[in-house]
Design a protein around this ligand. Sequence first.
Ligand SMILES: C[S@@+](CC[C@H](N)C(=O)[O-])C[C@H]1O[C@@H](n2cnc3c(N)ncnc32)[C@H](O)[C@@H]1O
Length: 295
Amino acid sequence: MALLPLDAGQIIEKEVLAACRLYKVEQQAARKVFTELWAAFPDLDEALNAGKDPCRLAAYKQFVKKARKQIYYQLRRYKGDSDSFARLCELLRQNAGKSPDSGPVAQIVEQLLAAHVSTAERTPYYKDFYSSLFAAAGPPKSILDIGCGLHPLSYPFFAEQGKELSIYIAVDKDPQVIEVLKVFSGFVRPATLVPVCADLEKDAWEEIMPPGTARLELALALKLVPVLKRQQPQALASLAKAPAEKMLVTASCQSMTKNRQIVRREKKALADFASLACKTPQAPFEIENEFGFFL
Ligand SMILES: C[S@@+](CC[C@H](N)C(=O)[O-])C[C@H]1O[C@@H](n2cnc3c(N)ncnc32)[C@H](O)[C@@H]1O
């Protein structure tokens, strides 16, 4: 006896599970994409109504391909939806003047860290991150954080070793990230946090750095080299000339979009960057889901 074709709900559920095996997506988010797209492919319902299996149609292949593409592009964004990001920034602004350790400010900072993919995936490991950083490089007096994202929000400005820091220059090409950091800079005094909106490919270091700034002690290029290698390879030469004595370069162990390890590929990206910068990797750096070295 021939098997009855699955109904629309069952077909969608099958594709949701397959997408969740492949991509780092929540079932609910994947279900929303597949359900909304189903309506855009009327041939599939027509086949079902005629008692045929829609999964055999060419339109079905397109339906799955399009849904997976949408999921992939959603996962490739560093930040969640920009309205809630702007709302958190506004909330932080409204709490100006309060202690950064106070309940509301700490909570907003936590939510912002969770709203950017790079800091969200580092969140469970921040203690390890900073103990490894300080053990290898000592507590720095000055930091140049390049392609910083929201990472400066995690810096332990008021902890014993963090207090050594006097200036933190944070550079990113994303104006929304820079806006959050400008608001946050009011909370870290007496340290000076200077957020700068700049694109490494277009802007020279003389334009990026505040006038009169001397060479800084430590540059951070966290999870940046692989991104530049893929999207703006020309910018790597500029990164190599960052005005700092030492640089920590890192990469993720896991793909941002897919459920797979990418250590080998990212190791090569970091090693190629070290060659481009004519430097030898020094102390290795490692936490649970991120690795790299000092140059
Ligand atoms: C993978 S995220 C890493 C964020 C942060 N370093 C961290 O590890 O939490 C890469 C960041 O680099 C920034 N970026 C990418 N290309 C850049 C460029 N050419 N100039 C400045 N920033 C850039 C992006 O806007 C993004 O915030």
